[in-house]
Design a protein around this ligand. Structure first.
Ligand code: GRF
Length: 197
């Protein structure tokens, strides 16, 4: 199975997926990495793994529409079966969601539907979880549709919130769990335990 990963920043989730494929924990290959951020560590990580990677954004391509067309061309060129958004800070154009219906997934660092939606990304999520005095947080993997963080949830796992947690210490614990959870869930998708398409 051919996977495309979209990432905007650090790319540690991308790294976990690439490593999972390399270690044969996921019977698939990351064929292409796309980032809207030319300086992203994600692109550097793809480079190091000799995986084709592209800096593509509405800015580089001129508009959302030309970006969507370019992305569709790249996804076609690499015969992509599944798209994984791993810290991708943009909405995918509807034409991509339609063509890859039920084959686009996103990972979110909280137990959706709580602590999701517009503006709920990065440290904001963990700040809100702590402010609400939650005893647990977690990781959600869901299908992607036209709104942020609102597609069908396909897998969730819980992560404890500790007494003296700061947003940063909680973020680190959740991100750590993401890296192992990603491999488990993507493997389930590839093996057909979670329906694709
Ligand atoms: C992760 O917390 C993920 O849940 C969210 O974006 C972050 C990506 O982290 N969607 P990294 O760039 O992969 O390190």
């Amino acid at each position: 199975m051919n996977i495309a990963v979209f990432a905007s920043h650090g790319g540690s989730d991308l790294q976990a997926i690439m490593d999972g494929c390399k270690e044969n924990k996921i019977n698939a290959k990351v064929q292409v990495v796309i980032s809207n951020n030319g300086d992203s560590m994600a692109l550097q990580r793809a480079e190091k793994e000799n995986i084709p990677h592209f800096h593509l954004s509405a800015k580089t391509e001129g508009s959302e529409e030309t970006l969507a067309k370019r992305l569709l061309d790249v996804l076609e060129e690499y015969n992509i079966d599944m798209i994984f958004l791993a810290g991708y800070m943009r909405l995918l154009h509807i034409t991509i969601l339609e063509k890859y219906n039920n084959r686009v997934f996103n990972i979110h660092p909280a137990l959706l539907p709580k602590y999701g939606g517009k503006g709920m990304y990065g440290i904001n999520v963990h700040t809100a979880v702590i402010a609400a005095r939650e005893k647990e947080s977690g990781v959600t993997i869901h299908r992607v549709n036209a709104e942020y963080d609102s597609g069908e949830i396909v897998a969730q796992t819980k992560v404890p919130v500790l007494e003296n947690d700061t947003p940063e210490t909680l973020a680190a614990r959740v991100l750590e769990r993401e890296h192992t959870f990603l491999v488990e869930v993507i493997s389930d998708i590839v093996e057909g335990k979670i329906e694709l398409g």
